[in-house]
Design a protein around this ligand. Sequence first.
Ligand code: GTP
Ligand code: IMP
Ligand code: MG
Length: 338
Amino acid sequence: MLTVVVGGFFGDEGKGKVVSYLSMADEVAVGVRCGSVNAGHTVVHDGRVWKLRVVPSAFVRKEAKLLIPPGALIRIDVLLKEMKETGVAGRLFLDPQTGVIEEKHVEAERASEHLKGKIGSTLQGVGAATSDRVLRKLRLARDFEELNDMLADVPNEVHNALRAGKNVIIEGTQGTFLSLYHGTYPYVTSRDTTASAFASEVGVGPRDVDEVVVVFKAYVTRVGGGPLPGELPEDEAVRRGWVERATVTGRVRRVAPFNVELARRAVMINSATQVAVTKADALFPEASMVREWGKLPREVREWVEGLENVLRVPVTLIGTGPEVGAIIDRRKELGFLK
Ligand code: GTP
Ligand code: IMP
Ligand code: MG
């Protein structure tokens, strides 16, 4: 079974948490992390907090092979640091065609008033490297001696696992409305961030994908410039307990209440088969750490059912705390698991 996990708003919906949970629950054989180092995924497990910019969140499943696809971009220093922190040497592989961000790309972005001022870029060199790739002058993983032992044919690895009946998870980054094509251009990132784009980054076609899980947070956050409908003043965000800091840049995330119109559109563009809602505990403190649907207060269940009615997609996963295990998994009762 191939599952693609993507963000439904402006990123930071909690894909790291959802992917790490699914990788263990579904005993995945392969976890693929798309995107690049501008995206930070948080995994809270075994009393530790990881902020991952390259290593797949599926690393928590010790038996999983971890892959970086040809469409992704890495920075070698970030990769090696995270590999050390997570202890995944020997089971993490890059495609020979994975792109490599170099110092000059970071410098180019730092020097750009447009990216720094107007767009509010994370300035990690991702856009500059992507631009070099489009111009066909970016160096790829196969061009770096120190990566030699870590190279593997990622499309082949994924298709072989699927043919053998194993579970594979593709971890998208950022969110639908940060997409270069479908987002609030020019206030977007430098790639398409929808489900089809991540499938393409990896080298699987639309017919290979079994499940598309679109992740929403119980409220909307956005970092950097661009429109955020219903944005709340910072003191109101503090009052509601919705203040977050960006994983990569440390900036305070802007916040707004859950946006049904955006959610509908994200469901449409990604062809969602399932929806995950994280941080239900931030909206409803009584939901904190609950692990069973039946143990949620009625008010919370009604909120989720109301969402299912407007989105017309089942809400199969509900986050009730930062820990990987703090989640309600309704897939069995909703007929998604055999
Ligand atoms: P991007 O690819 O950068 O968009 O990141 P992401 O979607 O992986 O999200 P990120 O980890 O940056 O931010 C989500 C934040 O919410 C993290 O601090 C998580 O620990 C936290 N989080 C995720 N799910 C839950 C939940 O159900 N409850 C609570 N309280 N926190 C959660
Ligand atoms: P860039 O992709 O770093 O150039 O940033 C472009 C825009 O996307 C800025 O508004 C960033 O804040 C936003 N952005 C990029 N990556 C992430 C992410 O992982 N989470 C949230 N916002 C992001
Ligand atoms: Mg993030």
